[in-house]
Design a protein around this ligand. Sequence first.
Ligand code: PMP
Length: 338
Amino acid sequence: MQFHDSMISLVGNTPLVKLNNVTAGIQATVLAKVEYFNPGGSVKDRIALRMIEAAEQSGELKPGGTIVEPTSGNTGVGLAIVAQQKGYKCIFVCPDKVSLDKINVLRAYGADVVVCPTAVDPEHPDSYYNVSDRLVRETPGAWKPDQYSNPNNPLSHYHSTGPELWEQTDGKITHFVTGIGTGGTISGTGGYLKEVSGGAVTVVGADPEGSVYSGGSGRPYLVEGVGEDFWPTAYDRDVTDEIIAVSDKDSFQMTRRLAKEEGLLVGGSCGMAVVAALRVAERLGPDDVVVVLLPDSGRGYMSKIFSDEWMNDYGFLEQAGDAPRVGDVLRRKEGGAL
Ligand code: PMP
């Protein structure tokens, strides 16, 4: 019989897929590490598993304990799956701007979700930060993973993503490109690849325009899961050789192209990372192998990136050579321009 003991054993060992169409005119091989094949649908399953197992070993997380983390996204899903399989409770704290769909995904996996008002100061007792700290203090057996400072976040990539890429490319990878959120992926994977290749692999970070990693002020941008307005300790700046800033518009247009042209329905940070990877690959020759990591699936972004209306509201669909769509033609007719 061939079966897995539980969904936990499906974490990691995700496939590498060649990009064939968005790479037109590029000589280097560009390969995508498709992380939506993880059981929770994102790269964050890797860190959830390692952070929980390390806390079990250190005694910080005891049998029947409760995991408390401020997260509304992929990390929550990963933690919820590993927690339920190992018999822990989860309480996630998220701001009220998070979509009900995301909250319901976490609840579907059995987690409790506490929703906090966005429109209060960080010092207010009901703020996102204060509520999660209070829950940790007041819940018996509570443990907070804190992905931004937990060394097991980058270590999970050092021990899984990095070695997988080295093996899958037969040691031929020359460039690794990934988005930077907590910095765990780039630090752990990039660190391993530098070490095993004797410094031969170039590590490139992709960052939303406005985020601190690419020299921005932390001003808002719409790509989710990447960029920061502070420097987390999970991020090891020494590993990164170059950081490429990418606009929301370029990120989302590439995200849509990946679905249409490569059969990859992925999230906005994936489009962002691919834009950066192609900018790197354009400078390279036929012997170079660029790997770009795609953190999650596009299913969570259907009412945003994959909605024409939402894209149009932000002016993200406009570009020279865009074929007119039915709505455009009607609107122009009404305006008498046709
Ligand atoms: N993209 C998405 C959608 C994410 O959720 C994350 C994690 N915050 C990242 C990219 C960046 O990964 P990391 O936190 O390891 O830097």
